[in-house]
Design a protein. Sequence first.
Length: 159
Amino acid sequence: MSLRLCVSVVNRVVTKQSRQIPIRTSRRKERKTLTDVNILTGKIIGAAIEVHRTLGPGLLESAYHQCLARELEIRGIPFQFDWPLPLIYKGLRLSKGYRMDLLVEESVIVEVKAITALAPIHEAQLLTYMRLRKIRLGLLMNFNEVVLKDGIRRKILDV
């Protein structure tokens, strides 16, 4: 399946269901519609497919993480790399901080994996990051797949 076809299929399927639902973006006063975020996820998936097409499966997670960041940079998509996620429990800020792999346009959390198979704990980790950061949409990407689309999970959280 070509890159252009894959991205358009993802956008078409998701945008038909809900066009005008506004979502709040963290740290920004503007509101993005779900359609805007769906277009953004299509661009992120397109960038990931390009990285996977160039490198193939079998490398370390850190390599895919850095290469995906570079591909987003080349495409002019704003993101934060290895972004801190503070953990506050009942007013206590814990010194052990967590880090999101990529936070794209303050709207989508991307977690990069390079493992044999995604497990439920990986999806739970992404959902927890989304809940803590109050981000509605997340992508879990396992680059250790022959075809990358088989390793992509898209999660939506009601915030």
